[in-house]
Write a protein that binds this ligand. Structure first.
Ligand code: DGT
Ligand code: MG
Ligand code: MG
Ligand code: MG
Ligand code: MG
Length: 293
């Protein structure tokens, strides 16, 4: 079939294919969550409802989109790592017409082209954002959602296992630095009655050891005993879990069914609050970085 004279506009579509054989990472981040957290009365510095909701959304993304091998979240952000050899969008969905049909059929045999960054990103971010609204009430029972939240997204490709591990380490180090700062900051404001400006001035130029010391000597807080979810963020990986349910089974001769316990093994995106900076995590879970994972 002849192409319409408008076909040429397709050439304006930017080519945003991701580099082959690389780890594709999508990171999303809540848009203006400083305001969103204020308006929705998030606890300071950490609101466990908000963090659990973020993780629920990330699990939904992993279950809906497959091909994600690990995710990491903290604060209002989540990162998703796609399989190294993912061939997700290798076939572009285009209608086949006339003579094009032949090349269309044979395109299925062509070597896989690489995935499109915009597809990865838009699928992840839209699935996450709709889940955030969908599951809001399960986590914020008494707090109505006052306006629709938004998220930004970006794609970065990492060429080696080391750069990918360094990426995740960077996000976890960021979680630690921010959480330590915020924990002292809000202790100074909420418990010592400093104004935010005064607390900020008090913390200017302080090192990690100084902040730990303030927490310990002034507030009797051992930072290392703060919840792991706050200090380490959340890692989501696939693990086999036993699901136990009771099922009513009825034999033909029976009027009343009998309750039976049924155990099913399912692979689920399980949250962990562990260190990913050291080697221990990667040694314990070699399958994450495995070539054909
Ligand atoms: P952006 O990302 O440039 O659109 O702007 P924000 O405001 O989202 O800034 P960002 O992402 O750098 O920082 C995250 C904000 O979200 C930060 O102001 C604190 C807030 N936030 C995240 N989690 C919590 C929480 O659990 N409790 C409270 N109170 N605030 C939180
Ligand atoms: Mg930002
Ligand atoms: Mg944000
Ligand atoms: Mg953020
Ligand atoms: Mg489509």
């Amino acid at each position: 079939m002849a192409k319409s004279k408008f076909e040429y506009v397709r050439d304006f579509e930017a080519d945003d294919t991701c580099l082959a054989h690389c780890w594709v990472v999508v990171r999303l981040d809540g848009r203006n969550f400083h305001r969103f957290a204020e308006k929705h009365n998030f606890a300071k510095p950490n609101d466990s409802r908000a963090l659990h909701l973020m993780t629920k959304c990330a699990q939904t993304v992993m279950e809906e989109l497959e091909d994600i091998v690990i995710a990491y979240g903290q604060s209002d952000e989540y990162s998703f790592v796609f399989k190294r050899k993912s061939n997700w969008f290798k076939r572009r969905a285009r209608p086949c017409h006339g003579v094009e049909l032949i090349s269309c059929i044979f395109s299925f045999l062509a070597p896989p082209t690489v995935p499109f960054a915009s597809k990865f990103m838009t699928h992840v971010v839209s699935q996450f954002a709709s889940s955030y609204v969908f599951y809001w009430r399960d986590y914020f029972e008494d707090q109505p959602l006052l306006y629709p939240p938004g998220f930004d997204g970006r794609v970065v490709v990492y060429p080696s296992n080391q750069t990918l591990k360094d990426y995740l380490s960077w996000r976890q180090a960021d979680c630690h630095i921010n959480n330590l700062y915020n924990t002292v900051f809000w202790a100074l404001v909420q418990q010592s009655g400093l104004t935010p400006i005064q607390a900020q001035e008090r913390l200017q130029g302080t090192l990690t050891a100084d902040k730990n010391e303030i927490l310990f000597s002034e507030f009797n807080i051992n930072y290392n005993n703060e919840p792991l979810m706050y200090r380490k963020g959340t890692v989501l990986i696939w693990q086999k879990v036993d699901e136990v349910t009771t099922k009513e089974v009825r034999l033909p001769a029976e009027m009343e069914g009998r309750k039976m316990v049924v155990t099913r093994t399912r692979t689920k995106a399980v949250p962990l609050h562990c260190d990913v900076i050291g080697d221990a995590f990667w040694k314990e879970h070699p399958e994450i970085l495995h070539e054909d994972s």
